[in-house]
Ligand binder design. Sequence first.
Ligand SMILES: [Fe+2]
Length: 293
Amino acid sequence: MQQLTQNVRLFGNGYFNYYLAGDEEAALIECGTSAGAHIFAGQWEAFKDKPDVKYIVILHSHFDHVCGLPILKKLFPSALVVASSGARKILSKEKAMASAFNSDHAVSESYLKAGFIDRLPEIPESGPIAVDVVVGEGDRLLLGDNLKLDILDAPGHSACSVAVFLESDGVLLASDAAGYQSAPGEISPVFFQNYDFYMATLKRFQNLPLKVLGMAHGDIIQGEAVRQYLRQTTKAAEEAFAWIKEDLHAGVDEEQISQKVFKRYFKGGLSYYPADIMYSTMKLLVTNVKAKL
Ligand SMILES: [Fe+2]
């Protein structure tokens, strides 16, 4: 556990981050995978001064951000599950969630193989996930006497993405909406929904008074590095857009471009994910550049 600011603490293994906002009443932000939630559960057990977790907040519906929910719900049975309306729709689907938990299982096996966990996590139930509170732009979760968590719509990575902004602490929890930092200084652009929306979201983040940028994966960005990171991630997306566009104009086969995208951006913690799923996801970068030509 790491205390990030007065009201925000960090848990997780770095490949997947969990954020706890609040001292007495709290919200757990991000759900991760079963393997990630299993690691979180161990950390939680050792954590003293446990607050009353009122909310579990899902920031978008991709499998590595939702499949930890059943384990988290077992830890916090009375917590309300919070997500966007887009996420709620996807999480209610039998077929989508069956495939999500398949990918989740593959991550558990990779984590076991890598020694991040010593046994496969026990999943209380896998299937559709019920959302109790639907949130979107302008909504606010209140904790304790005066802690406010503002919800911002953050499209571009996925249509169902939201971010949490704690103005009191200058903290933005952005999930995957601000890119994927695979190594220090190396950012994979992840405009899987729409390039323009992704860039608009980044621009909006640049105008917020931020001291801490907490994403779902990788290091926490703090202080002056926040501005720098947001510039770098914008540049990474612009560069990806430019070279994919160039290849498309030059008539390079789309499958070949997708392979190139995959090779270049499938790195770091992503390598614990099922390669076939990630390949079809990475292909969306090519689709989304093509949509703008
Ligand atoms: Fe994602």
